[in-house]
Ligand binder design. Sequence first.
Ligand code: SF4
Length: 473
Amino acid sequence: MMTASMHETMMSGNEAFARGALEAGIGFCASYPGTPSTEIATTLQKMAEEHDIYVEWSVNEKVALEAAAGASWAGVPALCSMKSLGLNVASDFLLNMNLSGTGSGGLVIIVCDDPRGHSSSNEQDSRFYAKAAQIPLLEPSTYQEAKDIVPFALKLSQEYEVPVLIRSTTRLSHSRGLVTKGNFPKRKWKAGQLKDNLFNVPTPHLKHRDLLDKMEQISKVFDESSWNTLPIEKDVDVLIISSGISRRYSEEAIQLLDAKNIDVLNLVTTYPLPRKIVVDALKTTKRVLFSEEIDPFVEEEVRSLAIELNSISEFHGKKNRSVPAFGEMTTDVMLETVADLMKIKRNKNEQIGSGILIPRQLTFCAGCTHRNFYWAVRKVRKRVHDKLVVAGDIGCYSLGVFYDRSMTTMQAMGSGIGVATGLGQLERFGFDFKVLAVAGDSTFFHSCIPGLVNAKHKNANLTFVILDNETTA
Ligand code: SF4
């Protein structure tokens, strides 16, 4: 059992990110809510007055990132947090701003992925945006690292004038652990003049060249970084290369199995790959097991390095399905994988986490007004003899998918009205369904307005319902 010292406090991963932002000296935070990232901005919001910082819920993630970039360009240290799918929305701006560079204020982006899609419409791995944008990627594996990584990320961003991406996943963001707090810095910055040429035209290729040069320098910083840990330097039968919260699952599995001759190389600075420590680690083993959420991101980087080095290591991970290439990593997954790989006998029925929890169906809160709406949709469906298409959207009302065909489609923020716009043109081809688009008020402002303008301009035959609960729930 852990006991807290005087300087330690229990924090969730998201609270630790917020604390880290204050210890980094962030002056500006813009965000759009979405599980599992929301508590980063809500925590900062509660402390905004005391610390004289500006925190806003922006209308969507792209605007949030643009607002944070504006602050950074004016010399104000900036943070932008969002959930996985939010980075898709912000990516248009990100893949331009990476070339223009951040300002002297620096800019840290925290993205929280949702393996298994507990509260999301997919389980995308946002780390690929770091590769697409050629920006540094950091993956803390503990609550302490979640706090401490933010000042490191901001310093890196200020020094190289690139946005730095920090990636968390649900279990790190939402579980809690002990964190040793640091001090708040004295404010040294003042908002002022923006530098010239904060755009890429007419020579985006030269800006790209400059960004690649910066990444080469950052790669050297990561090579020497003490964030990446290989605890014991000796030859082992199996080396686990982990990142993020998967490190904890790996260490716990080793402990529970009492496995010998196995070690964990945990990577926090995951892109660009810290080649030096990986090269050294590959020399200590013939068998490597990858432990990461969601896609084989680190695995692919290490595998391609191994090809370059003519390494003879045997690799086990998501690529060869030694571990599932979908869903969450858990201690149970690592127990089974390590036991199989090392031929350790164990009771297959023994489960650490998943067997204990009772599954629950997602549903609306008791008394939620959305229930009434879907009751009405069912009545309408009956009245039009099932000739009804409901193009749904993202929000609490998405739970309509569980209510007897109350929703036909549901993809991305704002896509309900967009899909309905297309369906609303199909009468000429014999389509004889009534078309209903549904969105919440927050989603409406987030991304429905262009779709609605398109529908009106093209005279699409549809009915659009905005479910206004006067908040982003
Ligand atoms: S809209 Fe409000 S009441 Fe309805 S499910 Fe969401 S949080 Fe619950």
